[in-house]
Design a protein around this ligand. Sequence first.
Ligand code: AMP
Ligand code: ZN
Length: 143
Amino acid sequence: MESGCIFCKILAGQAEASMVYRDAQVSAFMDIQPVNPGHVLVVPNTHAEDLAALDTATGRRIFEIAQQIAAAIYRSDLRSEGINLFLADGEAAGQDVFHIHMHIVPRFDEDGFGLKFGPDYANLPARAELDLAAGLLRAQLGT
Ligand code: AMP
Ligand code: ZN
């Protein structure tokens, strides 16, 4: 448990939460400030600040449970015409709580939520630029 971490406090039963799911590796509870009703967070039970700190087995479990909760949302009476899975890794990516978590956000037409794109988004890069980025990543992956 990381002192000062609100999600560790929730997991330790020291802060309030509306629990949805819990197993040995991960827990899921309702987001306190939902984008839409039914917005759930899936978190590792052991504190991990970000993707780099998260072991891959727990990462797999987070995705597995997120998938199951998404299916449960669709089956439920919560309004959901679509679902976004969203994970913010790092402050620049919008991470506010540094105990990594996957958002499961029910979506529907004209719910007002969306991603904002930068001014250059409409200009597609040349293939050479995409190839360059792919090469940089292949070099890191050894692929
Ligand atoms: P992020 O910006 O991706 O780090 O998301 C943090 C999320 O945690 C936000 O959607 C908050 O509304 C949510 N949050 C913060 N504190 C709590 C809490 N005590 N219980 C449930 N959700 C919380
Ligand atoms: Zn924590």
